[in-house]
Design a protein around this ligand. Sequence first.
Ligand SMILES: Cc1cc2nc3c(=O)[nH]c(=O)nc-3n(C[C@H](O)[C@H](O)[C@H](O)COP(=O)(O)O)c2cc1C
Length: 359
Amino acid sequence: MQVPKLTIGQFTFDKPIVQGAMGVRISSYPLPPMVANLGGWGMITTIGLGGDEAVHRDYPRISNEALVAEIERCCQLSTKPMAVNVMGALSNVNDLIDTAVRSGIKIVVYGAGIPLDLPKLVPDLSVNLVPIVSSARLVRIILSRWAKKYQRLPAAFVLEGPLAGGHLGFNQYELDHPEIFNLKNILAEVLAVVRPYEQMFGQKIPVIVAGGILIADVPYWLSLGAAAVQLGTLFVMTDECPAAPEFKQAYLEAKPEDVHIIHSPVGLLGRVIHSPFLDKVAAGQVKIECPYHCITSCEIKTARFCIARALYNAKLGLLDDGLIFAGANVHLMDRIIPVSQLMAEIIEGIEASPLSLPS
Ligand SMILES: Cc1cc2nc3c(=O)[nH]c(=O)nc-3n(C[C@H](O)[C@H](O)[C@H](O)COP(=O)(O)O)c2cc1C
């Protein structure tokens, strides 16, 4: 198979590989610029960048300053275009988008929320808007709204399937029925919804797939019409991922039975690896204090733990108090390699594949 390039608006990436955003600095510097320099799409996360300082002081201001600093250091390592990832459920999401755009970012990827009026917030047409979705229904809603109200289309969609790591756009019923709710079915439905809009506007809308994708699977997804793959778990298992060694070790040791679905205080299901922290939560031993309300959908009164704090602890390697997000195929992770090797192996797999790209 020929290696397809990925075009997002005015930008072309040589490799159809997207580094998924992973909040609380799991995918922060130097991962995004390393991926960008190797011809992929690096994604800068905005979530939880303020860390401890933001908890105790002015949360929105410190978060913005941390984002500016993160963008600056990523741009010092790479002059290639990089995206910024935001979560719709963040209480300061609009601020972060504004800060990113003012810092020169030209691709905004928006997950965990329905970005009905994102074009209003970012009227600059040189900024590419990319919603993260998990169903054809959501794609239809966004396309119809943006086309009618803003005469504008998303530059691409990231379609996250039920096997992804982190927060999921699926309910328990959907997760229990993989014969219906699987990435292959949903991709076909999404492509069918997208095509008429592409024709209407004379504009391509690449669909990038994510969730449980392994190196050997990439040609398959490209042959089904995905424009690229977004990977999270595989990027954690790189030397350049700044997560603590204990976090990566938990991935290496994970068995299929260690992978759980939890109810996150955010109001979504999430996929995690078992850690002592989950036992503490189950036993009601976790105290929760919320000096700042970082997630609008977080039910502080009923929450059994602070998701931001738990994710941050895991990133630091404090697994007794940490929540380890991971994709469904985490039990297959058996090595930590340089980003360059991961990307080279993906490209070799595409080139060697007897499959072909759809015409
Ligand atoms: C540790 C971890 C943290 C994540 N954090 C975020 C996030 O902050 N924002 C987001 O849009 N997706 C997040 N994700 C989802 C990834 O970007 C990616 O889409 C997903 O992991 C793909 O599935 P895979 O891990 O099986 O490759 C996270 C995933 C993991 C594993």
